[in-house]
Design a protein around this ligand. Structure first.
Ligand SMILES: NC(=O)c1ccc[n+]([C@@H]2O[C@H](COP(=O)([O-])OP(=O)(O)OC[C@H]3O[C@@H](n4cnc5c(N)ncnc54)[C@H](OP(=O)(O)O)[C@@H]3O)[C@@H](O)[C@H]2O)c1
Length: 349
């Protein structure tokens, strides 16, 4: 049967279907140019995506990834101008300043842009500073209320929403990897409490949402563990590495690719995503950073208690079970060692 669909002003006729990937293939009949593309591809072509936190580590790479895939991309952050985004050569990327703690501004911007999808990376991410009494209202306003306003605005404009969350919603007891559907939330710190409140707001307001919990993020746009350990390691003969917290690092360009894959589908739900390559400690991560950089700085393994410089408590067990990704047809992220090597090469560290 000759099914057809209309995209823009052009009518396309189905020429085949792919039973394996469940996709349909279309071709334009009229005109001289014959364009063959799949239904999934046509969905991609049509998407307008709004990214919060575009001046941060992950948001910056989400904007780059989405624009590279041909999506109409609007990056947003607090600052009036966004250094990272304006440095990008791609002038088709729009930047809109927005304070997500201002509900009127959130509704005005989203109803003006009318995105098809939103990737919400903006957050208060200074975990230790979040514990300070004078910062708490601000942290809740950004991580919880800002997320709630974005979810309400997304729902009102019919956009799907992808919210970034964290392993810190769990208390880190035991050594079993946390599954996306685990309900035993018990954040150990205030940052984790407010990120969990953001999750619960998204879930209570929206039907079409993704929640992606990630951990130990590093990327080219911003400060991170790799940069810090390299700076310290070049200045000292030895450093301490915490060896009683276990998780897996996440490289932002790799995660951004997965987030783009997710929002191009309707496979809504809660996912866990870090790089592959097993579960390690911060001590292991530091040793590998120095090994790949040829630094002979000694790394002394210590417990978080012995390290003693963190105000916020952090989970010992940050293992995230990512099997739901493959179960739903999404490609797992590469090995974290490979991601680290690419980062060191590309950032020329
Ligand atoms: N970093 C990690 O290790 C980690 C681990 C697990 C989960 N996550 C989650 O992953 C997401 C991305 O993390 P990231 O490391 O890319 O964060 P990031 O680099 O700190 O970027 C967050 C961005 O949000 C902006 N922002 C803060 N308050 C805002 C407001 N009121 N309105 C609009 N924008 C605001 C920040 O601007 P300013 O810099 O000007 O404040 C910053 O540019 C976050 O949701 C985070 O909770 C991160």
């Amino acid at each position: 049967m000759d099914a057809c669909r209309k995209y823009g002003n052009i009518r396309y006729h189905q020429i085949s279907s792919d039973e394996v990937c469940g996709d349909l293939f279309f071709m334009e009949r009229s005109g001289t140019e014959k364009v063959q593309f799949s239904a999934a591809e046509s969905r991609r072509r049509e998407m307008k995506v709004f990214v919060t936190g575009a001046g941060g580590q992950l948001g910056y790479d989400c904007v780059r990834e989405l624009a590279a895939r041909g999506h109409e991309t609007v990056g947003s952050d607090l600052a009036a101008e966004c250094a990272g985004i304006s440095d990008l050569a791609d002038r088709s990327i729009r930047y809109v300043p927005l304070d997500i703690t201002d509900p009127q501004a959130v509704f005005a911007v989203i109803s003006e842009i009318r995105p098809d999808a939103m990737i919400h990376c903006a957050a208060w991410t200074a975990v230790d500073a979040a514990e300070e009494e004078e910062n708490r209202a601000k942290v809740d306003a950004v991580n919880h209320l800002g997320t709630k306003y974005l979810a309400e605005a997304a729902k009102a404009s019919g956009a799907r929403l992808l919210y970034l969350s964290t392993d810190y919603v769990f208390d880190g007891n035991g050594d079993r990897p946390w599954r996306p559907d685990d309900l035993t939330y018990a954040p150990l710190n205030y940052y984790g409490q407010t990120k969990l409140a953001g999750e619960l707001a998204v879930r209570s307001i929206m039907e079409k949402y993704f929640i992606v919990r990630t951990a130990w993020v590093f990327g080219p746009n911003g400060g991170n563990f790799v940069k810090t350990m390299l700076r310290i390691g070049k200045a000292r003969d030895s450093v301490q590495g915490v060896n009683d917290q276990t998780g897996t690092p996440t490289y932002t360009p790799d995660l951004a690719g997965l987030l783009a894959d997710l929002i191009e589908t309707e496979k809504y739900g809660i996912y866990h995503a870090t790089n592959e390559g097993g579960y390690i400690s911060w001590y292991d991560f530091c040793c590998e950073i120095y090994r790949q950089c040829g630094l002979d700085t000694a790394v002394i393994p210590v417990t978080a208690e012995e390290y003693g410089r963190s105000r916020a408590r952090r989970p010992k067990n940050s293992r995230l079970d990512k099997s739901k990704l493959a179960e739903n047809g999404f490609r797992p992220l590469p090995d974290w060692r490979d991601a680290l090597a690419r980062y060191l090469r590309e950032a020329k560290l």
